[in-house]
Design a protein around this ligand. Structure first.
Ligand code: ATR
Length: 470
């Protein structure tokens, strides 16, 4: 029997869709799943693609079914399962075989795995795959970390299965070892901020402007035709327009206001903190998920303090709503600037040489934050020296235009008692970033007062102490 060109382990939602995608692009793929029943039902439901799928009952069968040197994709639950599978594969593989972890690994685990496999004949790739089930099936955005030589060996198949923005494939080699999984983590952090800011705008529309959901859906649809055009705005319009088949009420109105998280947003914040890079809008978004989970406490607090808002006065509703599109744009720019700044710092710390323009380009399609806006970001980073996105000329123009709307929006929300943590973090970040003389002089004086930490003076070099006395 003709041997497969590639193998895949783990036929969960992501793995099975990725396998179908690979088969659809003409590759013969051998698959194995820990629970054999899943392998059988997967092969049985592959339809016309089943000719190119080789279901295997054991790992040994899987390895034997692939033509060496073998590329094998791991799409198993992140964490211990990846280590277990690598350990199980190692004795079965030959020199030059490539194991590709395509799961949502913490990049620090990926770094460890690279270190553990160094010196072995096995090649390892850590690869971020974004776009959920739909992306995996029809074209995800793919962020590759590993040696350049290993990338060149899997480039064709990854290019074939990736999303396309216009004609450009949304896949790239981003750097050594953990680079791909790190960039995927930051992608998710940005995604959290993007989603949270959209939810805050929804909160202003619902609790401030008191619009009905159908009117909100129309607004989002309209925004999707402008500068906010993106997958998340598009699906928000659709979500708001949907009715609950059981009650006939707007679907969003019958959904509990507690959102879960799997951890990648949190990792991006942890890494930002470890490197001392402010990523406050992303932090606020992650914290907002935490607060959303405190459903009972929030309900109890509402009874202690009373209903937070009676909505905007009628006279300001029109102008408040008119500001929201630009407010969201400004908030989004600040959040993306933070995400890219975290990547810039990590690139230096881990010596990856992350290509910022390329990262923006491979996020333009396939992934959850896909948007036209990323095209503008790619242009800003193209050929420019690394630096904060908000300092790029195109973004200076955009922020100059959009920040006043963000400022009014945050102010109105604050006065009305509507929480907008990510939008207000974005605004504060912008204001702090563009303030040449801030207030840390006082903090320095305090630190010197209680801990003799010393400070720098504005008028001459060296470490100095204040006249604080005993
Ligand atoms: P889903 O993607 O459907 O939500 P998941 O629970 O995230 O599923 O698991 C993804 C894949 O990881 C599954 O193929 C699962 O195998 P099973 O079908 O046998 O559960 C696989 N997986 C999880 N832990 C594993 C382990 N320790 N070893 C091998 N595969 C494992």
């Amino acid at each position: 029997m003709q041997q497969a060109e590639i193998g895949l382990i783990g036929l969960g939602v992501m793995g099975s869709n990725l396998a179908l995608n690979i088969a659809e692009h003409g590759y013969r793929i051998a698959v194995w799943n820990r629970t054999a029943e899943k392998t059988r039902s997967f092969a049985a439901t592959a339809g016309a693609l089943s000719d190119r799928i080789v279901p295997c009952e054991t790992l040994e069968d899987l390895v034997a079914a692939i033509r060496p040197p073998r590329p094998i994709i791991l799409m198993v639950q992140a964490g211990a399962a990846v280590d277990e599978q690598i350990a199980a594969l190692r004795p079965l593989l030959s020199a030059d075989d490539i194991v590709i972890d395509a799961g949502n690994a913490n990049f620090r685990d990926t770094m460890r795995r690279f270190a553990e496999l160094e010196g072995s004949s096995l090649t390892f790739i850590g690869m971020g795959v974004s776009g959920g089930e739909e992306g995996a099936r029809h074209g995800p955005s793919i962020m590759v970390g590993g040696t350049q030589a290993s990338w060149l060996r899997v480039r064709d198949v990854l290019t074939a299965i990736s999303a396309r923005y216009r004609d450009e494939p949304c896949v790239a080699w981003l750097g050594r070892n953990g680079a791909g999984h790190f960039v995927k983590t930051i992608h998710n952090g940005i995604e959290y901020a993007d989603m949270q800011m959209i939810a805050e705008i929804y909160g202003i529309l619902r609790d401030g402007a008191r619009l009905d959901t159908a009117a909100m859906a129309r607004l989002f649809e309209q925004w999707n035709g402008g500068r906010l055009e993106s997958y998340l705005i598009e699906i928000t319009a659709k979500v708001l327009a949907a009715a609950d088949p059981e009650t006939g009420r707007p679907m969003v109105d019958v959904i509990v206001d507690s959102a879960g998280q799997k951890g990648t947003g949190r990792w991006s914040v942890i890494e930002a903190q470890m490197m001392g890079v402010p990523a406050t809008a992303i932090e606020a978004a992650v914290a907002a998920r935490g607060l959303s989970a405190l459903k009972d406490e929030r309900a109890a607090a509402e009874s202690l303090y009373g209903t937070p808002t009676t909505g905007f006065e009628r006279a300001i509703v029109r102008e408040a709503v008119a500001d929201l599109e630009l407010a969201l744009l400004a908030g989004k720019i600040a959040a993306y600037a933070q995400g890219f700044a975290v990547m810039e710092a990590a690139s230096k710390e881990f010596d990856w040489g992350l290509p910022m323009a390329t990262i923006a380009r491979i996020w333009r399609a396939g992934c959850i934050i896909r948007s036209q806006f990323l095209d503008t970001i790619a242009e800003a980073f193209e050929g420019a020296p690394p630096g904060n996105l908000m300092a790029a000329p195109r973004f200076v123009d955009l922020m100059t235009e959009a920040v006043p709307a963000l400022r009014r929006t945050v102010a109105r929300a604050a006065l009305a008692g509507i929480p907008v943590p990510a939008l207000s973090a974005a605004l504060a970040y912008f204001d702090a970033y563009r303030t040449g003389r801030g207030t840390a002089n006082l903090v320095q004086a305090q630190r010197d007062f209680f801990g003799a930490h010393g400070f720098e003076r504005i008028d001459r070099p060296g470490a100095h102490h204040g006249p604080w006395g005993a």
